[in-house]
Design a protein around this ligand. Structure first.
Ligand SMILES: *Cc1c(COP(=O)(O)O)cnc(C)c1O
Length: 412
């Protein structure tokens, strides 16, 4: 082995981000390589949520909309998320899920692009994104969805009828990363609007939405941003489009004066228009606690450690007995992927279940992908070394073959 336990210890000793592990609750006996699906719990999220519940809600009651600034949370927290994705203030809100936010933005894009009726995405995109587009296709006469990888190539599909191109920057299965700047430019040259899904980018890789001249973006806060299950997603709309873009869900929180209770809708003149109904105040507490940590680290340092952790993992995987039959499904070049490594194996489900039983938590995506997420704020190199050691054990002993491959009812 070139990479040894000693290598891991040396890398950990030199890690400038090692301190952040202490900011999270990490259960004993678990090596958590699934922070790309649900990020770990920041310790201060517990106290912040308790404060919101006991003080702001319990004592402040309805007056907390003003006294605890509940009303401005979606934009205040939105601007803080904006800093992590290269968005200047006034362009990002946090509310609703990716699916709902994508619906809002793509509807707005279709209205802005009168005459253009094709929506282009990728067959490999996250299914919910595709379902949202297919739902729009059903609702909106003349709209059609074309998928790269199923209906043609990018160059074949993006043309003068394309209203918007909707892509996830980092592929959820393989971790492969699009070049945001180049793709955005190509899409805009064709006269289409570019909508990025940053579900596997925010908190995983440096993102520069403003610098890349992106039009619109969505993302979530419960994966790499550690805001907890059901935490709201974010929506970015470039300032230059805010006078024109119209949300299809004209709710009261997007009205220019929600508490005037006017009969007629009048949109807020800024990003707030894309709010719909009452925002999830308690969830913002976890996100605020998480952002307090994120604001103390640089995205460049996070990226460096992310690539180093994943490269270390790959190095250890390469040293496993070739007869185990793993192949690497992610780009080997750290700069061409997000913060995960996917392995392919025909018995992937049983192997992942066996690993999970031994305390190494990753996940499985059908038909044959084992996903391992590398979250630099909560992982050490020694964790990675132990995880691959346990994988080696269950492959060597054949123990993995005892794991069930029945399809469960929950998430895998
Ligand atoms: C996780 C994920 C989603 C989830 O969307 P929600 O509506 O927030 O549940 C959407 N798109 C991508 C690419 C994802 O990875």
């Amino acid at each position: 082995m070139n990479s040894s336990l000693q290598t891991a210890k040396d890398l950990d000793a030199a890690d400038p981000l090692a301190w952040t592990r202490g900011e999270f609750i990490l259960p004993d006996g678990i090596i958590y390589l699934d922070g790309n699906s649900l990020g770990a719990l920041p310790k201060k999220a517990v106290t912040r949520i308790e404060q919101i519940v006991r003080e702001e809600w319990g004592q402040g009651l309805v007056s907390s909309w003003g006294t605890a600034n509940w009303l401005s949370k979606p934009t205040e927290v939105g601007d803080r998320v904006g800093k992590l994705i290269g968005a200047a203030t006034g362009q990002t809100i946090v509310a609703d899920s990716i699916s709902v936010n994508l619906f809002k933005l793509v509807c707005a894009a279709l209205e802005m692009q009168a005459g253009r009726r094709t929506l282009v995405s990728e067959a490999s995109n996250f299914p919910s994104d595709l379902y949202v587009l297919q739902g729009l296709e059903r609702l909106w006469p003349g709209v059609s969805v074309k998928l790269i990888g199923r209906d043609g190539t990018f160059d074949e599909l993006v043309d003068g009828d394309t209203a918007a191109v909707i892509l996830t920057e980092v592929d959820f299965r393989t971790g492969a990363q699009h070049d945001m700047r180049t793709v955005t430019e190509k899409v805009q040259q064709a006269g289409a609007l570019m909508v990025w899904d940053l579900a596997h980018s925010a908190g995983a890789v440096p993102v520069d939405l403003d610098g890349c001249n992106a039009d619109m973006a969505v993302g979530c806060t419960y994966k790499y941003l550690n805001a907890g299950p059901g935490a709201p997603g974010f929506l970015y709309l470039a300032k230059r489009h805010q006078h024109e873009a119209r949300t299809p869900i004209a709710g009261w929180f997007g009205h220019k004066d929600p508490f005037a209770f006017d009969v007629d809708y009048a949109p807020a003149p800024d990003i707030r228009q894309f709010l719909a109904g009452t925002p999830p105040i308690v969830s913002y507490g976890a996100l605020e606690a998480s952002l307090d940590i994120w604001e103390q680290v640089s995205m460049e340092a996070v990226r460096r450690k992310s690539i180093a952790l994943a490269d270390f993992f790959l190095d250890l995987i390469d040293q496993l007995d070739a007869s185990y039959g793993f192949t690497v499904a992610s780009p080997r070049d750290g700069n061409a992927r997000g913060s995960q490594i996917s392995l392919k194996h025909p018995n992937g489900l049983a192997i992942m279940r066996s690993l999970t039983g031994k305390g190494v938590i990753g996940d499985f995506r059908a038909p044959d992908i084992l996903r391992f997420g590398f979250t630099p704020l909560t992982l050490s190199f020694e964790n990675v070394w132990h995880a691959v050691g346990i994988l080696d054990d269950i492959m060597k002993s054949g123990e993995w073959s005892n794991a069930s491959t029945e399809r469960g009812t929950g998430a895998t």
